[in-house]
Design a protein around this ligand. Structure first.
Ligand SMILES: Cc1cc2nc3c(=O)[nH]c(=O)nc-3n(C[C@H](O)[C@H](O)[C@H](O)COP(=O)(O)O)c2cc1C
Length: 377
């Protein structure tokens, strides 16, 4: 799914925007008239979300609630946070929240279940840090409900757990420098699981070929008005909108300025173009150290949840090593392109699940989350 770069062109088009703003009354007037209430600055809210928690070890209900909070810090497609949790005495169940599905970009709910797997991995890492051994049990009578049983064990605080509050999907350009073989091996180890493996592309020629698939996929998505409308509905153009909703794709987290929602909507129509997006992806791929493609053996929710767990460990291991990562999933999202992409990778009938670029560079503002109360079933 593309994350729009329409504002990347704002600096060169600043004069246009300033004169547009003047024509409609100026920024100060716009802000004063905005009906949106600002319930707290974005950075304050974000720092309340992205932190390690302190709970009394003996207070079981507080510990279990804290595990849910860690789970919600996981990535999810379009930041939909498509999950619900039920806390029981010795387990936490995770259910898909189908009211938050994205039928256009994700018609078979692949990304939805990958997102659930990411949340489950955070929960299990946090359980281990709190002296609980988490084991997932799938409910065969449901579509993707999972119960994570939690049994007392010795607490193990892993580097992956420590990295949870620092992780982000960093949609910026990186520094293009390679990462070491040792680091690649660590990423491969964490990103591999039951029926899930990683194919790395680190040679420049292979990365250029990959870029061709990203551009083809992006072009198809940009020409699909249903796709564009669905994406736009999840963009939070302004700080106050992002804070009020606590979900979705906040402009600044994609490297774009935060502007009032009405203006963002207008600029989206002007700058979110096929060419701008394809140029952005070319720069992003060329600035990366490499690309990791996650490939799995099965096509069912249980397998996709495992893909999510593997990706989340990969992302946390990246974070622990000071390596950034972000997805570029167009080649796996456009169903007509997926088999050709699979043939390029040489994976036979297996499904390419996720395309992830990685490298070193600066971060962007972290995305927000809804409060724990909102995700409890
Ligand atoms: C299954 C899945 C698919 C995603 N696809 C993309 C993508 O194609 N492009 C992208 O920029 N981000 C993608 N993301 C990242 C989400 O947009 C991101 O996790 C979310 O906005 C929350 O931000 P955070 O990861 O920084 O916490 C994906 C995440 C998941 C779990």
């Amino acid at each position: 799914m593309p994350q729009p770069s329409m504002f990347n062109h704002m600096m060169t088009r600043r004069r246009f925007i300033i004169s547009s703003m003047a024509a409609i009354g100026g920024l100060a007037t716009v802000s004063a008239c905005s009906p949106e209430k600002n319930p707290g600055s974005y950075m304050d809210v974000a720092s309340g979300i992205w932190r390690h928690g302190k709970v009394e070890a003996g207070n079981r209900s507080a510990v279990l609630r804290e595990l849910v909070r860690y789970a919600t810090l996981a990535p999810s497609s379009h930041n939909t946070q498509c999950w619900k949790f039920r806390i029981d005495d010795r387990s936490i169940s995770i259910f898909p929240d189908f009211s938050r599905r994205c039928p256009v970009v994700d018609p078979d709910d692949h990304h939805l279940f990958v997102s659930i797997g990411c949340a489950m991995e955070n929960l299990i890492q946090a359980a281990s840090a709190n002296g609980l051994d988490g084991n997932a049990v799938f409910d065969p009578s449901s579509r993707g409900n999972v119960r994570v049983s939690l049994e007392p064990t010795n607490a193990v605080v892993t580097p992956l757990f420590k990295a949870i509050p620092e992780r982000q999907s960093t949609r910026a350009e990186y520094d293009r420098k390679p990462i070491s073989m040792n680091e690649l091996a660590m990423l491969e180890r964490e990103g591999t699981g039951k029926g899930v493996r990683i194919i790395f592309l680190t040679e420049r020629a292979a990365m250029e070929s990959l870029l061709d698939y990203v551009v083809q996929g992006n072009t198809a998505q940009m020409n699909d008005s249903a796709f564009v409308e669905e994406l736009k509905a999840w963009i939070r153009f302004s700080e106050s909108d992002a804070v009020r909703r606590g979900d979705g794709l906040y402009s600044a987290s994609s490297g774009n300025p935060s502007v009032p929602s009405w203006l963002g909507s207008l600029l989206f129509g002007l700058f979110f173009t096929e060419k701008n997006e394809n140029d952005k992806y070319a720069k992003q791929v060329r600035s990366s150290a490499g690309i990791a493609v996650f490939v799995s053996e099965g096509e069912n929710p249980e397998q996709w949840i495992e893909v999510g767990r593997c990706y989340e460990r990969f992302a946390l291991q990246c974070t622990a090593l000071g390596i950034r990562n972000a997805m570029l999933n167009q080649p796996v999202e456009v169903a007509a392109l997926r088999p050709q992409f699979g043939a390029f990778l040489g994976i036979g009938e297996h499904r390419p699940d996720l395309v992830v670029r990685f490298g070193r560079g600066s971060g962007l503002p972290q995305s927000l989350r809804r409060p724990v109360e909102d995700v409890l079933a």
